[in-house]
Design a protein around this ligand. Structure first.
Ligand SMILES: *[C@@H]1O[C@H](CO)[C@@H](O)[C@H](O)[C@H]1NC(C)=O
Ligand SMILES: *[C@@H]1O[C@H](CO)[C@@H](O)[C@H](O)[C@H]1NC(C)=O
Ligand SMILES: *[C@@H]1O[C@H](CO)[C@@H](O)[C@H](O)[C@H]1NC(C)=O
Ligand SMILES: *[C@@H]1O[C@H](CO)[C@@H](O)[C@H](O)[C@H]1NC(C)=O
Ligand SMILES: *[C@@H]1O[C@H](CO)[C@@H](O)[C@H](O)[C@H]1NC(C)=O
Ligand SMILES: *[C@@H]1O[C@H](CO)[C@@H](O)[C@H](O)[C@H]1NC(C)=O
Length: 583
């Protein structure tokens, strides 16, 4: 009903890609499909138009023309796109591809095409906002869209620098997030598509879906291929997933256990304590301390939040980087709130008690909760868009939608996460190591029974490097839930996950799955939505709930030689940013 809302049991609608089911695709992808009209008046290029790639490369040796070279390299790179035709069209018309472009130049140009479309999209959404004075809900939706398109722009801007410096993993992570934000804006406008007082919403949505999102997906497809094959474009193809039998990294790659987390013994820059007057602490509220920190800093800003209950909404904005929250322990330092979607105008996204945007966030030894209660629907405790963030020894308590791991790379170590419905959700690449995941009683009348999913991962494009990985975790119920469960197991059904979006990806490795996990293991979203495209993997789990003999056929056992794809190093590049010493 609102931007960023994840409905229970509503049929999802997602933008799809025309090329996906095209039976001519594999046939076509051998050829450059740039049409004559697109090459404008370049008659000299005519002979090239119908050549196969190999013919074109032979031709290349005798043809010093840079434009012709670009046609070749654009065609090669666009094999990575899910929509090859738009990829070739836009790039060949674009003035961003330099003469004698290398593959990496084409990728950077593809990102620029996406950036330009983003600029156009922002203008269109601004026009909706301008036409919405007096319509509070639509104004709010348009403003939310503009916000998240700004985050998208921010990530695309960073990507160019990463590519220039060879940071392909970062580039892929950032474009994955940029795409998720664009999709978020698109879906936030859906409610207003038929408003009679403005005709602006439908064309805007059409542009976001068929130009902006497609151009970003095109760039992402190239990044995904570059990540795996480098510039050997002869191997490039639209991104594949594990369901196609494809793992980007695997046997032989770094799979050693990474020991690290929030460094111990960090010195507090400022202190926060509750109800204490007379200069004992610097601040009384967590948000005041966050606001006091420097902008765009590469140094940590350590906030020691002393024992106490902090009833406040905390936001760490984009420019507050490397903020660290240290508490006095789970259940001792508690940040609490109760916002929920039952309140007028409230969205799932905004309901978070603590919401992060700034990169490099860390927290240890505290509790974050949303107490809206079991009948309040979506009510987020913690939401994060912080790339390279670490949460250690943290507790997250809520009901529906406790932990919104919204985007980018997040590491949760030894955390305790409690909720129900599908309480760990989002579009991020989130890694859960040694966490305790607890289902809690759900409705006001909990004896009635219910279906819960532990996760709902949302990935809309197979090129996105996102997913949820659970390693060495325990999936159980709270004591109260387990006694309910054992009183009548047949009505209390719990699943490891359900697919919020088409390419949902979630794996459980060497976890303990307690009896509450239903034998079929995973739950559909709506009919057969996403069942042939998602990837739900299990490996070497123990506990009554780990028995796979009755599992749904659309879940998988991860082949042993590919388990390393889901290591901290390979999945979130943790070896490059998770501190293994106490400095
Ligand atoms: C989104 O765009 C694709 C083409 O890229 C199209 O096939 C699909 O129908 C569109 N979806 C919606 C909901 O407009
Ligand atoms: C991205 O870069 C463009 C061009 O340099 C700039 O105008 C824009 O403000 C940047 N966007 C963000 C969110 O930083
Ligand atoms: C807008 O109209 C279309 C076509 O009639 C319909 O499918 C869609 O559900 C409507 N959307 C809303 C928000 O009413
Ligand atoms: C968290 O608390 C534990 C136990 O008191 C302590 O050993 C650890 O150093 C603390 N972590 C940080 C980052 O302060
Ligand atoms: C605006 O949204 C609220 C829910 O957040 C809803 O109750 C209200 O009816 C909406 N107003 C209009 C004019 O649609
Ligand atoms: C799961 O919870 C039950 C009931 O609270 C408890 O008896 C059991 O030991 C827990 N399992 C694990 C693996 O901690």
């Amino acid at each position: 009903m609102m931007p960023y809302q994840k409905h229970v049991n509503s049929a999802p609608t997602s933008p799809t890609f025309a090329a996906k089911n095209n039976p001519n695709r594999s046939q076509r992808s051998k050829f450059c499909i740039i049409s004559m009209a697109l090459l404008l008046s370049s008659a000299i290029l005519l002979p090239l138009l119908f050549f196969t790639i190999s013919a074109a490369s032979r031709q290349r040796n005798h043809r010093p023309l840079s434009a012709a070279d670009n046609v070749h390299v654009i065609c090669q790179a666009c094999k990575a796109s899910r929509d090859q035709r738009t990829c070739e069209t836009w790039l060949s018309q674009s003035d961003t591809v330099p003469a004698n472009a290398a593959v990496s130049d084409v990728i950077r140009s593809a990102v620029k095409v996406s950036s330009r479309n983003l600029e156009t999209g922002r203008g269109m959404v601004q026009n909706i906002l301008d036409a919405s004075a007096g319509n509070q809900n639509r104004s709010y939706a348009a403003m939310t869209c503009l916000d998240i398109l700004r985050y998208s722009d921010y990530r695309l801007n960073l990507t160019d620098g990463a590519l220039a410096g060879g940071g392909i993993k970062d580039a892929r992570a950032w474009v994955s997030a940029a795409l998720a934000y664009q999709y978020g804006c698109w879906s936030g406008l859906k409610l207003y598509a038929n408003d009679s007082d403005t005709a602006l919403v439908q064309p805007t949505m059409a542009f976001l879906n068929s130009s902006l999102i497609v151009s970003t997906s095109n760039a992402l497809g190239m990044l995904a291929n570059f990540d795996v094959f480098g510039d050997k474009t002869e191997s490039w193809a639209p991104p594949k997933t594990e369901r196609d039998g494809f793992w980007g990294t695997g046997a032989g790659s770094s799979g050693s256990i990474l020991v690290g987390g929030v460094p111990a013994g960090l010195k507090a820059d400022v202190t926060v304590c509750k109800g204490v007057s007379g200069g004992v602490c610097d601040y009384k509220a967590v948000q005041e301390a966050v606001n006091a920190g420097p902008d765009e800093s590469s140094n940590r800003f350590v906030i020691w939040i002393k024992e106490g209950v902090y009833d406040e909404t905390v936001r760490v904005p984009l420019e507050k980087k490397n903020v660290v929250f240290i508490g006095d322990g789970m259940g001792k330092t508690v940040i609490t709130g109760s916002m929920n979607v039952g309140q007028p105008g409230m969205t799932t996204y905004e309901s978070a008690t603590v919401g992060l945007l700034g990169d490099g966030f860390m927290a240890a030894n505290l509790t974050i909760q949303n107490t809206a209660g079991p009948d309040a629907h979506q009510a987020v405790a913690f939401r994060s868009d912080s790339d390279l963030s670490i949460l250690e020894n943290c507790e997250f308590i809520g009901n529906q939608d406790t932990l919104y791991a919204h985007s980018l790379r997040q590491y949760f170590k030894s955390c305790r996460i409690q909720g129900n419905v599908d309480f760990i959700f989002g579009q991020s690449a989130a890694f859960f190591q040694d966490c305790l995941i607890l289902v809690s009683p759900r409705q006001l009348n909990p004896k009635k029974g219910e279906n819960n999913a532990v996760t709902a991962h949302g990935r809309i494009d197979p090129g996105q490097s996102t997913g949820f990985v659970f390693r060495d975790c325990v999936i159980n119920g709270t004591d109260a839930y387990m006694s309910l469960y054992y009183s009548k197991p047949s009505v209390h059904k719990n699943y490891l996950g359900r697919p919020w979006k088409e390419y949902s990806r979630t794996v459980f490795i060497q976890c303990t799955l307690e009896a509450l996990i239903a034998p079929d293991g995973w739950m559909p979203w709506s009919g057969d939505f996403a069942l042939s495209t998602l990837y739900y993997g299990e490996f070497d789990n123990t506990g009554t709930g780990s028995d796979r003999s009755k599992r749904v056929e659309w879940s998988s056992i991860i082949p042993a030689e590919h388990v390393d794809s889901y290591s901290i190093q390979n999945f979130i590049q943790g070896d490059q940013w998770i501190h293994t010493s106490s400095s």
